[in-house]
Ligand binder design. Structure first.
Ligand code: UD1
Length: 510
Protein backbone atom coordinates (compact mmCIF):
# COMPACT_ATOMS: atom_id res chain seq x y z
CA UNK A 1 0.00 0.00 0.00
CA UNK A 2 1.22 3.46 -0.85
CA UNK A 3 2.09 5.26 2.31
CA UNK A 4 2.95 8.92 2.16
CA UNK A 5 2.94 11.48 4.96
CA UNK A 6 0.45 14.28 5.34
CA UNK A 7 1.65 17.78 6.12
CA UNK A 8 0.49 17.15 9.65
CA UNK A 9 2.63 14.02 10.00
CA UNK A 10 5.63 15.88 8.75
CA UNK A 11 5.18 18.83 11.05
CA UNK A 12 6.99 17.01 13.81
CA UNK A 13 9.97 15.97 11.78
CA UNK A 14 13.30 17.63 12.20
CA UNK A 15 16.11 19.11 10.18
CA UNK A 16 14.23 21.38 7.83
CA UNK A 17 16.39 22.22 4.88
CA UNK A 18 16.62 22.14 1.13
CA UNK A 19 17.74 19.07 -0.78
CA UNK A 20 21.32 18.68 0.16
CA UNK A 21 24.11 16.51 -1.09
CA UNK A 22 24.72 13.46 1.07
CA UNK A 23 27.05 13.73 4.03
CA UNK A 24 27.23 17.51 3.99
CA UNK A 25 24.25 18.44 6.10
CA UNK A 26 24.59 17.91 9.83
CA UNK A 27 21.60 16.31 11.51
CA UNK A 28 19.99 18.72 13.95
CA UNK A 29 17.66 17.23 16.46
CA UNK A 30 15.18 19.72 17.80
CA UNK A 31 12.34 19.07 20.18
CA UNK A 32 8.94 19.79 18.76
CA UNK A 33 6.56 19.42 21.64
CA UNK A 34 4.37 22.47 22.01
CA UNK A 35 3.55 21.63 25.62
CA UNK A 36 4.91 23.81 28.29
CA UNK A 37 7.85 22.19 30.05
CA UNK A 38 8.59 22.19 33.73
CA UNK A 39 11.84 23.52 35.14
CA UNK A 40 14.85 21.26 35.02
CA UNK A 41 15.31 20.69 38.68
CA UNK A 42 14.85 16.97 37.99
CA UNK A 43 17.99 16.72 35.86
CA UNK A 44 20.03 15.59 38.81
CA UNK A 45 17.92 12.42 39.01
CA UNK A 46 19.75 10.81 36.08
CA UNK A 47 20.56 7.17 36.72
CA UNK A 48 23.68 5.50 35.38
CA UNK A 49 21.94 2.72 33.53
CA UNK A 50 18.59 3.84 32.16
CA UNK A 51 17.71 5.62 28.96
CA UNK A 52 17.78 8.92 30.82
CA UNK A 53 21.56 8.59 30.97
CA UNK A 54 21.57 9.15 27.23
CA UNK A 55 23.72 12.03 26.03
CA UNK A 56 20.69 13.13 24.00
CA UNK A 57 19.04 14.24 27.19
CA UNK A 58 21.68 16.93 27.47
CA UNK A 59 20.81 18.62 24.20
CA UNK A 60 19.08 21.98 24.08
CA UNK A 61 15.37 21.77 23.57
CA UNK A 62 14.15 21.88 20.05
CA UNK A 63 12.09 24.79 18.92
CA UNK A 64 8.91 24.01 17.09
CA UNK A 65 9.89 23.65 13.46
CA UNK A 66 6.38 23.10 12.14
CA UNK A 67 5.86 26.80 11.67
CA UNK A 68 9.06 27.01 9.61
CA UNK A 69 7.71 24.73 6.88
CA UNK A 70 5.86 26.85 4.30
CA UNK A 71 2.30 25.62 3.92
CA UNK A 72 2.73 24.70 0.25
CA UNK A 73 5.68 22.41 0.99
CA UNK A 74 6.06 19.07 2.68
CA UNK A 75 9.34 17.82 4.02
CA UNK A 76 10.66 14.36 3.27
CA UNK A 77 13.67 13.12 5.23
CA UNK A 78 16.09 10.52 3.93
CA UNK A 79 18.99 8.67 5.44
CA UNK A 80 22.33 8.44 3.72
CA UNK A 81 24.41 5.56 5.04
CA UNK A 82 27.90 4.57 3.97
CA UNK A 83 28.48 0.92 4.83
CA UNK A 84 31.55 -0.85 6.06
CA UNK A 85 32.18 0.30 9.63
CA UNK A 86 31.94 -2.27 12.43
CA UNK A 87 29.90 -0.79 15.28
CA UNK A 88 31.92 -0.49 18.45
CA UNK A 89 31.04 1.10 21.80
CA UNK A 90 27.91 1.56 23.85
CA UNK A 91 24.47 2.50 22.60
CA UNK A 92 21.58 3.21 24.95
CA UNK A 93 18.02 2.08 24.59
CA UNK A 94 14.97 4.33 24.99
CA UNK A 95 11.66 3.52 26.65
CA UNK A 96 9.39 1.12 24.77
CA UNK A 97 7.02 2.80 22.33
CA UNK A 98 4.65 -0.17 22.53
CA UNK A 99 4.50 0.09 26.32
CA UNK A 100 4.26 3.89 26.32
CA UNK A 101 1.22 3.98 24.00
CA UNK A 102 -1.12 1.88 26.23
CA UNK A 103 0.28 3.58 29.34
CA UNK A 104 -0.74 6.97 27.94
CA UNK A 105 -4.19 5.59 27.08
CA UNK A 106 -4.49 4.29 30.68
CA UNK A 107 -4.46 7.89 31.90
CA UNK A 108 -7.98 8.18 30.49
CA UNK A 109 -9.15 5.91 33.33
CA UNK A 110 -8.60 8.54 36.03
CA UNK A 111 -9.24 12.20 36.74
CA UNK A 112 -5.87 12.45 38.46
CA UNK A 113 -2.51 13.07 36.75
CA UNK A 114 -0.49 10.09 35.59
CA UNK A 115 3.26 10.65 35.43
CA UNK A 116 5.17 8.47 33.00
CA UNK A 117 8.95 8.26 32.77
CA UNK A 118 11.06 7.12 29.80
CA UNK A 119 8.43 8.01 27.23
CA UNK A 120 10.38 7.83 23.95
CA UNK A 121 10.68 10.88 21.71
CA UNK A 122 9.14 9.27 18.63
CA UNK A 123 6.40 10.29 16.25
CA UNK A 124 3.78 7.76 17.45
CA UNK A 125 3.95 9.36 20.88
CA UNK A 126 3.30 12.76 19.32
CA UNK A 127 0.28 11.23 17.60
CA UNK A 128 -0.99 9.82 20.91
CA UNK A 129 -0.49 13.23 22.52
CA UNK A 130 -2.59 14.84 19.78
CA UNK A 131 -5.23 12.17 20.22
CA UNK A 132 -5.49 12.66 23.99
CA UNK A 133 -5.46 16.45 23.66
CA UNK A 134 -8.22 16.30 21.05
CA UNK A 135 -10.36 14.64 23.76
CA UNK A 136 -9.63 17.38 26.27
CA UNK A 137 -6.65 15.87 28.11
CA UNK A 138 -3.70 17.95 29.29
CA UNK A 139 -0.47 16.35 28.14
CA UNK A 140 3.02 17.58 28.91
CA UNK A 141 5.66 15.71 26.98
CA UNK A 142 8.74 16.44 29.05
CA UNK A 143 11.55 15.70 26.63
CA UNK A 144 14.83 17.26 27.53
CA UNK A 145 14.43 16.86 31.25
CA UNK A 146 15.38 13.93 33.39
CA UNK A 147 13.62 10.65 32.66
CA UNK A 148 11.73 12.05 29.65
CA UNK A 149 9.02 12.63 32.24
CA UNK A 150 5.55 13.09 30.85
CA UNK A 151 2.40 14.02 32.67
CA UNK A 152 -1.12 13.39 31.48
CA UNK A 153 -4.24 14.67 33.16
CA UNK A 154 -7.62 13.53 31.84
CA UNK A 155 -9.78 15.43 34.34
CA UNK A 156 -11.90 17.05 31.66
CA UNK A 157 -12.57 14.69 28.79
CA UNK A 158 -14.91 16.79 26.70
CA UNK A 159 -14.82 14.73 23.51
CA UNK A 160 -14.49 10.94 23.85
CA UNK A 161 -13.63 10.45 20.20
CA UNK A 162 -10.66 9.13 18.21
CA UNK A 163 -10.83 10.72 14.80
CA UNK A 164 -9.85 9.01 11.56
CA UNK A 165 -7.10 11.56 10.87
CA UNK A 166 -5.18 10.25 13.88
CA UNK A 167 -6.22 6.59 13.87
CA UNK A 168 -5.17 6.18 10.23
CA UNK A 169 -1.60 7.19 11.05
CA UNK A 170 -1.35 4.97 14.11
CA UNK A 171 -3.45 1.88 14.55
CA UNK A 172 -2.67 1.74 18.28
CA UNK A 173 -5.06 4.72 18.64
CA UNK A 174 -7.77 2.07 19.03
CA UNK A 175 -6.31 1.51 22.51
CA UNK A 176 -8.49 4.38 23.76
CA UNK A 177 -11.69 2.42 23.08
CA UNK A 178 -11.66 0.33 26.29
CA UNK A 179 -10.58 3.14 28.65
CA UNK A 180 -13.11 5.62 27.22
CA UNK A 181 -15.96 3.15 27.61
CA UNK A 182 -14.90 2.24 31.14
CA UNK A 183 -14.54 5.84 32.35
CA UNK A 184 -17.10 7.75 30.25
CA UNK A 185 -19.56 5.01 29.24
CA UNK A 186 -19.28 6.21 25.68
CA UNK A 187 -16.69 6.19 22.90
CA UNK A 188 -16.51 7.01 19.21
CA UNK A 189 -13.43 5.54 17.57
CA UNK A 190 -12.55 5.43 13.89
CA UNK A 191 -11.97 1.98 12.41
CA UNK A 192 -8.28 1.69 11.57
CA UNK A 193 -8.72 0.11 8.15
CA UNK A 194 -5.94 -1.75 6.37
CA UNK A 195 -2.29 -0.98 6.76
CA UNK A 196 1.02 -1.67 5.17
CA UNK A 197 1.57 -5.01 6.91
CA UNK A 198 -1.86 -6.57 6.54
CA UNK A 199 -5.56 -6.28 7.28
CA UNK A 200 -5.24 -6.07 11.08
CA UNK A 201 -8.85 -6.22 12.24
CA UNK A 202 -10.03 -5.22 15.75
CA UNK A 203 -12.91 -7.69 15.96
CA UNK A 204 -11.50 -9.25 19.14
CA UNK A 205 -11.50 -5.89 20.96
CA UNK A 206 -15.15 -5.42 19.95
CA UNK A 207 -16.28 -8.96 20.89
CA UNK A 208 -14.64 -8.67 24.31
CA UNK A 209 -16.21 -5.30 25.08
CA UNK A 210 -19.61 -6.56 23.95
CA UNK A 211 -19.21 -9.48 26.31
CA UNK A 212 -18.65 -6.91 29.06
CA UNK A 213 -21.99 -5.32 28.21
CA UNK A 214 -21.06 -2.60 25.74
CA UNK A 215 -23.38 -1.84 22.86
CA UNK A 216 -21.29 -1.24 19.78
CA UNK A 217 -22.47 -0.13 16.36
CA UNK A 218 -20.58 0.80 13.25
CA UNK A 219 -21.43 3.81 11.14
CA UNK A 220 -19.57 5.96 8.62
CA UNK A 221 -16.28 4.21 9.40
CA UNK A 222 -16.61 4.78 13.14
CA UNK A 223 -17.36 2.48 16.05
CA UNK A 224 -19.94 3.98 18.37
CA UNK A 225 -19.87 2.31 21.76
CA UNK A 226 -21.87 2.91 24.91
CA UNK A 227 -22.67 1.29 28.23
CA UNK A 228 -24.13 2.21 31.61
CA UNK A 229 -21.28 0.38 33.26
CA UNK A 230 -19.11 -2.43 31.95
CA UNK A 231 -19.51 -5.68 33.85
CA UNK A 232 -16.98 -8.42 34.53
CA UNK A 233 -16.95 -11.27 32.02
CA UNK A 234 -15.17 -14.46 31.00
CA UNK A 235 -13.29 -13.73 27.78
CA UNK A 236 -11.34 -16.29 25.78
CA UNK A 237 -9.38 -14.68 22.94
CA UNK A 238 -9.73 -16.71 19.72
CA UNK A 239 -6.32 -15.42 18.71
CA UNK A 240 -3.57 -13.83 20.75
CA UNK A 241 -3.67 -10.07 20.36
CA UNK A 242 -1.38 -7.62 22.15
CA UNK A 243 -3.38 -4.39 21.94
CA UNK A 244 -6.61 -6.41 22.23
CA UNK A 245 -5.42 -7.80 25.58
CA UNK A 246 -4.36 -4.30 26.68
CA UNK A 247 -7.63 -2.67 25.59
CA UNK A 248 -9.80 -5.16 27.48
CA UNK A 249 -7.48 -5.15 30.48
CA UNK A 250 -7.95 -1.39 30.84
CA UNK A 251 -11.71 -1.72 30.36
CA UNK A 252 -11.95 -4.45 33.01
CA UNK A 253 -10.29 -2.35 35.72
CA UNK A 254 -13.44 -0.23 36.18
CA UNK A 255 -15.99 -2.96 35.36
CA UNK A 256 -18.53 -4.21 37.87
CA UNK A 257 -17.24 -7.57 39.11
CA UNK A 258 -14.46 -9.91 38.03
CA UNK A 259 -13.14 -10.37 34.51
CA UNK A 260 -11.17 -13.47 33.57
CA UNK A 261 -9.31 -13.29 30.27
CA UNK A 262 -7.77 -16.39 28.71
CA UNK A 263 -5.33 -16.85 25.82
CA UNK A 264 -3.96 -13.37 26.56
CA UNK A 265 -0.82 -11.89 25.02
CA UNK A 266 2.18 -12.48 27.29
CA UNK A 267 4.28 -9.62 25.92
CA UNK A 268 6.26 -7.62 28.51
CA UNK A 269 4.31 -4.53 27.43
CA UNK A 270 1.09 -6.12 28.76
CA UNK A 271 2.73 -6.80 32.12
CA UNK A 272 4.09 -3.24 32.19
CA UNK A 273 0.62 -1.83 31.59
CA UNK A 274 -0.81 -4.00 34.38
CA UNK A 275 1.90 -2.78 36.72
CA UNK A 276 0.92 0.85 35.99
CA UNK A 277 -2.80 0.05 36.40
CA UNK A 278 -2.18 -1.66 39.74
CA UNK A 279 -0.30 1.46 40.90
CA UNK A 280 -3.41 3.41 39.92
CA UNK A 281 -5.49 1.19 42.21
CA UNK A 282 -6.55 -1.62 39.87
CA UNK A 283 -6.67 -5.24 41.05
CA UNK A 284 -5.01 -7.28 38.32
CA UNK A 285 -3.35 -10.67 38.67
CA UNK A 286 -1.59 -12.82 36.10
CA UNK A 287 -0.52 -10.18 33.56
CA UNK A 288 2.39 -11.58 31.57
CA UNK A 289 0.79 -15.05 31.61
CA UNK A 290 -1.97 -16.29 29.35
CA UNK A 291 -4.69 -15.94 32.03
CA UNK A 292 -5.38 -12.55 33.56
CA UNK A 293 -7.87 -11.90 36.37
CA UNK A 294 -9.17 -8.41 37.06
CA UNK A 295 -11.39 -7.43 39.97
CA UNK A 296 -13.16 -4.26 38.93
CA UNK A 297 -12.94 -1.19 41.20
CA UNK A 298 -15.11 1.96 41.40
CA UNK A 299 -12.35 4.46 40.69
CA UNK A 300 -8.68 4.68 39.76
CA UNK A 301 -6.24 7.37 40.87
CA UNK A 302 -3.03 8.96 39.62
CA UNK A 303 0.33 7.18 39.68
CA UNK A 304 3.95 7.49 38.66
CA UNK A 305 5.46 4.80 36.47
CA UNK A 306 8.62 4.16 34.49
CA UNK A 307 8.15 2.59 31.05
CA UNK A 308 10.19 -0.58 30.33
CA UNK A 309 13.08 -0.40 27.84
CA UNK A 310 12.27 -0.95 24.18
CA UNK A 311 13.14 -4.58 23.42
CA UNK A 312 12.69 -4.05 19.67
CA UNK A 313 14.99 -1.03 19.54
CA UNK A 314 17.48 -2.99 21.67
CA UNK A 315 17.15 -6.00 19.36
CA UNK A 316 17.74 -3.81 16.32
CA UNK A 317 20.98 -2.53 17.86
CA UNK A 318 22.06 -6.08 18.75
CA UNK A 319 21.57 -7.09 15.10
CA UNK A 320 23.46 -3.93 14.03
CA UNK A 321 26.43 -5.05 16.13
CA UNK A 322 26.22 -8.58 14.74
CA UNK A 323 25.78 -7.68 11.06
CA UNK A 324 28.69 -5.24 11.05
CA UNK A 325 31.07 -7.66 12.80
CA UNK A 326 31.27 -5.23 15.69
CA UNK A 327 31.66 -5.24 19.44
CA UNK A 328 28.68 -3.39 20.81
CA UNK A 329 27.18 -2.96 24.25
CA UNK A 330 23.44 -2.33 24.12
CA UNK A 331 22.83 -0.65 27.46
CA UNK A 332 19.72 0.14 29.46
CA UNK A 333 17.77 -2.82 28.08
CA UNK A 334 16.07 -5.85 29.63
CA UNK A 335 17.74 -8.99 28.21
CA UNK A 336 15.10 -11.31 29.67
CA UNK A 337 12.57 -9.67 27.33
CA UNK A 338 14.75 -10.57 24.34
CA UNK A 339 15.32 -14.30 24.81
CA UNK A 340 13.68 -15.37 21.50
CA UNK A 341 15.98 -13.10 19.51
CA UNK A 342 19.17 -13.65 21.50
CA UNK A 343 19.03 -17.44 21.34
CA UNK A 344 18.50 -17.28 17.57
CA UNK A 345 21.48 -14.97 17.14
CA UNK A 346 23.64 -17.37 19.16
CA UNK A 347 22.54 -20.14 16.81
CA UNK A 348 23.75 -17.91 13.95
CA UNK A 349 27.24 -17.70 15.45
CA UNK A 350 26.94 -14.36 17.25
CA UNK A 351 28.63 -14.11 20.64
CA UNK A 352 26.14 -12.73 23.16
CA UNK A 353 26.82 -11.86 26.77
CA UNK A 354 24.12 -10.43 28.98
CA UNK A 355 24.08 -8.59 32.27
CA UNK A 356 21.05 -7.48 34.22
CA UNK A 357 20.46 -4.48 31.97
CA UNK A 358 22.73 -4.82 28.94
CA UNK A 359 23.65 -7.08 26.07
CA UNK A 360 27.16 -7.26 24.65
CA UNK A 361 27.26 -8.50 21.09
CA UNK A 362 30.47 -9.56 19.35
CA UNK A 363 30.71 -10.95 15.84
CA UNK A 364 33.62 -11.70 13.56
CA UNK A 365 31.82 -11.79 10.22
CA UNK A 366 31.37 -15.59 10.27
CA UNK A 367 27.59 -15.87 10.54
CA UNK A 368 25.69 -19.04 9.70
CA UNK A 369 22.12 -19.23 8.48
CA UNK A 370 19.36 -20.24 10.92
CA UNK A 371 15.63 -20.62 10.33
CA UNK A 372 13.24 -18.32 12.14
CA UNK A 373 9.51 -18.54 12.80
CA UNK A 374 7.77 -15.49 14.22
CA UNK A 375 5.56 -16.19 17.22
CA UNK A 376 3.85 -14.45 20.08
CA UNK A 377 6.04 -13.68 23.09
CA UNK A 378 8.23 -15.32 24.30
CA UNK A 379 8.87 -16.61 20.76
CA UNK A 380 10.76 -14.74 18.06
CA UNK A 381 9.00 -11.36 17.64
CA UNK A 382 7.46 -10.38 14.32
CA UNK A 383 8.79 -6.88 14.98
CA UNK A 384 12.36 -8.29 14.61
CA UNK A 385 11.68 -10.36 11.49
CA UNK A 386 12.73 -7.71 8.96
CA UNK A 387 15.94 -6.92 10.85
CA UNK A 388 16.76 -10.64 11.12
CA UNK A 389 16.26 -11.02 7.37
CA UNK A 390 18.91 -8.35 6.75
CA UNK A 391 21.28 -10.34 8.99
CA UNK A 392 20.44 -13.59 7.18
CA UNK A 393 21.69 -12.08 3.90
CA UNK A 394 25.13 -11.95 5.56
CA UNK A 395 25.07 -15.53 6.92
CA UNK A 396 26.52 -18.55 5.12
CA UNK A 397 23.88 -20.99 3.88
CA UNK A 398 20.10 -20.84 3.71
CA UNK A 399 17.81 -19.26 6.31
CA UNK A 400 14.06 -19.77 6.08
CA UNK A 401 12.12 -16.94 7.68
CA UNK A 402 8.46 -17.77 8.36
CA UNK A 403 6.08 -14.92 9.24
CA UNK A 404 3.21 -16.30 11.30
CA UNK A 405 1.69 -13.15 12.81
CA UNK A 406 1.01 -10.81 9.87
CA UNK A 407 0.16 -11.89 6.34
CA UNK A 408 1.92 -9.15 4.42
CA UNK A 409 5.14 -8.39 6.18
CA UNK A 410 7.84 -9.05 3.60
CA UNK A 411 7.93 -5.71 1.82
CA UNK A 412 11.51 -5.11 2.92
CA UNK A 413 12.55 -8.25 1.00
CA UNK A 414 12.20 -6.64 -2.41
CA UNK A 415 14.28 -3.66 -1.31
CA UNK A 416 16.96 -5.98 0.12
CA UNK A 417 16.97 -7.81 -3.23
CA UNK A 418 17.59 -4.46 -4.95
CA UNK A 419 20.69 -4.20 -2.76
CA UNK A 420 21.91 -7.59 -3.99
CA UNK A 421 20.31 -10.03 -1.51
CA UNK A 422 19.15 -13.46 -2.68
CA UNK A 423 15.63 -13.79 -1.24
CA UNK A 424 12.67 -15.75 -2.59
CA UNK A 425 9.21 -15.31 -1.13
CA UNK A 426 6.84 -18.31 -1.01
CA UNK A 427 3.64 -17.31 0.77
CA UNK A 428 4.49 -16.78 4.43
CA UNK A 429 8.08 -18.01 3.96
CA UNK A 430 11.12 -16.09 2.79
CA UNK A 431 14.08 -18.18 1.67
CA UNK A 432 17.28 -16.22 2.16
CA UNK A 433 20.48 -17.53 0.61
CA UNK A 434 23.75 -16.07 1.86
CA UNK A 435 26.23 -14.77 2.08
CA UNK A 436 25.81 -12.01 -0.51
CA UNK A 437 27.77 -8.78 -0.82
CA UNK A 438 25.20 -6.01 -0.59
CA UNK A 439 25.67 -2.94 -2.73
CA UNK A 440 24.31 0.49 -1.96
CA UNK A 441 21.12 1.57 -3.72
CA UNK A 442 18.29 4.05 -3.40
CA UNK A 443 15.64 2.18 -1.39
CA UNK A 444 12.21 2.91 0.01
CA UNK A 445 11.10 2.34 3.61
CA UNK A 446 7.62 0.77 3.60
CA UNK A 447 6.87 0.42 7.31
CA UNK A 448 8.50 0.94 10.67
CA UNK A 449 10.46 -2.31 11.05
CA UNK A 450 11.11 -2.65 7.31
CA UNK A 451 12.92 0.71 7.53
CA UNK A 452 15.11 -0.66 10.31
CA UNK A 453 16.10 -3.65 8.17
CA UNK A 454 17.18 -1.32 5.36
CA UNK A 455 19.32 0.68 7.80
CA UNK A 456 20.99 -2.58 8.90
CA UNK A 457 21.60 -3.70 5.32
CA UNK A 458 23.03 -0.28 4.46
CA UNK A 459 25.51 -0.55 7.34
CA UNK A 460 27.26 -3.42 5.51
CA UNK A 461 26.56 -2.44 1.90
CA UNK A 462 29.29 -1.35 -0.43
CA UNK A 463 28.83 2.40 -1.04
CA UNK A 464 26.23 4.98 0.00
CA UNK A 465 22.65 3.82 0.43
CA UNK A 466 19.88 6.40 0.38
CA UNK A 467 16.76 5.38 2.30
CA UNK A 468 13.65 7.33 1.41
CA UNK A 469 10.53 7.87 3.56
CA UNK A 470 12.29 7.62 6.90
CA UNK A 471 9.22 9.09 8.55
CA UNK A 472 8.32 5.43 9.04
CA UNK A 473 11.39 4.84 11.20
CA UNK A 474 10.77 8.09 13.12
CA UNK A 475 7.49 6.57 14.30
CA UNK A 476 9.31 4.17 16.58
CA UNK A 477 13.06 4.83 16.85
CA UNK A 478 14.35 7.76 18.88
CA UNK A 479 17.11 9.56 16.94
CA UNK A 480 18.42 6.36 15.45
CA UNK A 481 20.95 8.15 13.25
CA UNK A 482 22.53 9.90 16.24
CA UNK A 483 22.65 6.70 18.28
CA UNK A 484 24.24 4.66 15.48
CA UNK A 485 26.69 7.45 14.59
CA UNK A 486 27.78 7.40 18.23
CA UNK A 487 29.07 3.83 17.79
CA UNK A 488 30.77 4.35 14.46
CA UNK A 489 28.12 4.26 11.74
CA UNK A 490 28.46 6.69 8.86
CA UNK A 491 24.91 7.89 8.70
CA UNK A 492 23.21 11.22 8.04
CA UNK A 493 19.70 12.54 7.83
CA UNK A 494 18.98 14.83 4.95
CA UNK A 495 15.82 16.83 4.51
CA UNK A 496 14.14 17.56 1.24
CA UNK A 497 11.39 20.08 0.66
CA UNK A 498 8.74 18.92 -1.79
CA UNK A 499 5.66 20.65 -3.21
CA UNK A 500 2.62 19.61 -1.20
CA UNK A 501 0.27 17.29 -3.04
CA UNK A 502 -3.36 16.96 -2.14
CA UNK A 503 -4.76 13.58 -1.09
CA UNK A 504 -1.56 12.12 0.28
CA UNK A 505 -2.07 8.85 2.05
CA UNK A 506 -0.60 7.67 5.27
CA UNK A 507 -0.41 4.00 6.23
CA UNK A 508 -0.61 2.74 9.78
CA UNK A 509 1.87 0.07 10.69
CA UNK A 510 3.10 -1.83 13.69
C1 UD1 B 1 1.13 -5.15 18.52
C2 UD1 B 1 2.34 -4.25 18.40
C3 UD1 B 1 3.07 -4.50 17.08
C4 UD1 B 1 3.39 -5.99 16.95
C5 UD1 B 1 2.15 -6.84 17.17
C6 UD1 B 1 2.46 -8.33 17.21
C7 UD1 B 1 1.67 -2.28 19.62
C8 UD1 B 1 1.27 -0.85 19.58
N1 UD1 B 1 1.88 -2.87 18.45
O1 UD1 B 1 0.27 -4.82 17.45
O2 UD1 B 1 4.27 -3.75 17.08
O3 UD1 B 1 3.87 -6.24 15.65
O4 UD1 B 1 1.53 -6.51 18.42
O5 UD1 B 1 3.41 -8.60 18.18
O6 UD1 B 1 1.81 -2.87 20.68
N2 UD1 B 1 -5.98 -9.76 15.20
C9 UD1 B 1 -7.26 -10.11 14.86
N3 UD1 B 1 -8.30 -9.45 15.48
C10 UD1 B 1 -8.09 -8.49 16.42
C11 UD1 B 1 -6.77 -8.15 16.76
C12 UD1 B 1 -5.73 -8.80 16.14
O7 UD1 B 1 -7.49 -10.98 14.02
O8 UD1 B 1 -9.08 -7.95 16.96
C13 UD1 B 1 -4.85 -10.45 14.54
C14 UD1 B 1 -3.98 -9.50 13.72
O9 UD1 B 1 -4.49 -9.31 12.42
C15 UD1 B 1 -2.65 -10.24 13.72
C16 UD1 B 1 -2.63 -10.90 15.09
O10 UD1 B 1 -3.98 -10.93 15.54
O11 UD1 B 1 -2.64 -11.22 12.71
C17 UD1 B 1 -1.79 -10.21 16.11
O12 UD1 B 1 -2.13 -8.84 16.13
P1 UD1 B 1 -2.03 -7.96 17.45
O13 UD1 B 1 -1.28 -8.70 18.50
O14 UD1 B 1 -3.38 -7.45 17.79
O15 UD1 B 1 -1.14 -6.75 16.94
P2 UD1 B 1 -1.25 -5.30 17.50
O16 UD1 B 1 -1.69 -5.36 18.91
O17 UD1 B 1 -1.98 -4.45 16.55
Amino acid sequence: MLSLPTQDDLANEVNVGCATSPLRLESKHQHTSRCSLRVDSERSERSTTGPDDSPYMQEPRRKDVASEVPRYLTKMDKFVIRGGNPLVGTVRVSGAKNAALPAMAAAILTEEPVILEAIPDVRDIQTERKLLESMGAEVELGYGRAHHRTSICCRNLSSPEAKYELVKTMRASTLVLGPLLARMGVARVSLPGGCAIGARPIDLHIKGLEKMGAQITQEHGYLEAKTDRLRGAHIVFEKITVTGTEDLLMAATLADGETVMENCAREPEVADLASLLNKMGARIEGAGTSTIRVKGVEKLGGAKHRIIPDRIEAGTFVVAGAITGGDLIVAGCEPTHMSGLLSKLQESGVKIRTSEDSVRVQADGNLVGADVVTEEHPGFPTDMQAQYMALATQAEGTSIVTENIFENRFMHAQELVRMGANIKIEGRRAIVRGKTQLSAAAVLASDLRASASLVLAALVADGETIIDRVYHIDRGYERIEEKLRGVGAQMKRIGEMLPKKSGQLTGATA
